[in-house]
Ligand binder design. Sequence first.
Ligand code: HEM
Length: 573
Amino acid sequence: MDGVMNTVVISCAIAVVLCAWQLVNTLWVRPKKLEKYLRNQGFNGNKYRFFSGDMKELSMMFQEARSKPISLDDDDGVLQRVVAFPFHSLQKYGKNYITWFGWKPRVTIMDPDLIKDVFTKLNDFPKPRSNPMARLIATGLVTYEGDQWAKHRKLINPAFHMEKLKNMVPAFHLSGSKMLDKWEKLVSSKGSSEVDVWPDLQALTSDVISRTAFGSNYEEGIQIFELLKEQSLLTMEALQSLYIPGFRFVPTKRNMKMNAIDKKVQHSIRGIINNKIKAMKTGEGNNGDLLGMMLESNSKEVEEHQNKNHGMTIEEVIEECKVFYFAGQETTSSLLVWTMVLLSKHQEWQSRAREEVLNVLGDKKMDLDGLNHLKVVNMIFHEVLRLYPPVSGLARKVDKEVTLGGFSLPSGTQIGIPIMLMHYDEENWGSDAKKFNPDRFSEGISKATKNQVIYLPFGWGPRICVGQNFALIEAKIALAMILKRFSWELSPSYVHAPHTVLTLQPQKTMDTVTNTVAISCALAVVLCAWQVVNILWVKPKKLEKYLRNQGFNGNKYRFLYGDMKSVGIVSMY
Ligand code: HEM
């Protein structure tokens, strides 16, 4: 008996020692080894601190930055506020630096050629695993790797082709009208009004996604996305605290609520999908919405290979619907809100954009062809995405030792790509890097970047944002509609406080107001003035050129009267 007891005690002791060693190895020995290895290759950064690494400093800087707003004229202020710790590390340690996320090291790189390598070699540099609590809100294309990612990307890509997006223009327009009608009502009684545009822009992009993702099931879509919004708030709450493995299965009040929401969402989307599949079998159903197109390309793939494994399961399609919402909603409203802020500050660009919209689109129905001719608006969006990228940084990881340029990166290292720091770097953009200057994009992105991988608002390489054209068309339509009907400036009470909650957004309520000239007046004046100029100058000059090109000669067109004065004189005699 004693013998058995001894064996049990000795086994327990060995197990405890082994566990303790694992712990010491994970939390101390390995990080210190990695630190030495990375430092020897030229990566600088804080010394590894047991367990928490840089997390305390990072969180303190984050809180400090959030505690006070900045001036809209403070060029460095934006970096200090939005990416406080990376900005501080860049200044202290240079462009290749280490940050300790607990006991895991992340090396940040800013060399465009190395960034290109990281984004291109998908197998060497996969995405880090997201927190299990966050996986409840959506998995799908954004999180998949390897063959599963390739399969889904191939099946989803066709839904975002320009040909397909063309048919969504009316849906974008309808959602925009809903927002603008609300603004018009707000100002019509007083002539001008303070409008908190951020919640309205969020509602706009939600509305757009519901309409374009689910088509005729738009109302149900709205309800699903309301639930997803609630789910993301609960997730954000859960992410505030350290995650203990398995905690998501503990029946706490929050976990139960999150599971209930998840069940409801799954149930509703499944219902819509089943109805769509039934309708598609009878030749109806795909009305040009994202879900219909995804199901169509899925069934084509299954038919082509005569094998279900080549397509997506219903569960996977459900996840992709959720991804469209999370990846596409706040990102696009972020682009629109910072565009409105920057065009308030740079009124000359607001006027140039309006002039272009009125010139190119006039009163015509919006279509893709017209939108493609909005060059100034395009330049403005590129510049806003450079200075206020909705996603301020990306990460990848190394699972087995790899070389990257001259570096050898050991397994367990993460790689940080600091989008925002890249966008503000004078080496990349010249001495006016921090200034708003859309003209730098006058000859397109390749010219502005000299074909270097330095501009990354939508990521880069095979995993570049699948929805970038969708987002830019949506934003163009919304901005064109706003410009046609309103002029605006910042409210005296506006506080400039950009911060990141998944995307870059205004921290305090952001009040963008119309000019002292009433919105409705602005609307009338802008449209009437345009009509007058168009009828009395632009159109006659166009006609003149057209007719002269065909050999018709005659007096030059003279404003308003044309030849009427001379006609009058001749007839008098
Ligand atoms: C201004 C708006 C947007 C911005 C700035 C943006 C930004 C990004 C970025 C930076 C990535 C790359 C992530 C990475 O490589 O780790 C990405 C990926 C993605 N985005 Fe967007 N996005 C926008 C709009 C949209 C829209 C409207 C949709 C869909 C309706 C969408 C769907 C996706 C998806 C599915 C991915 C994953 C692609 C893949 O991994 O293959 N995004 N986006």
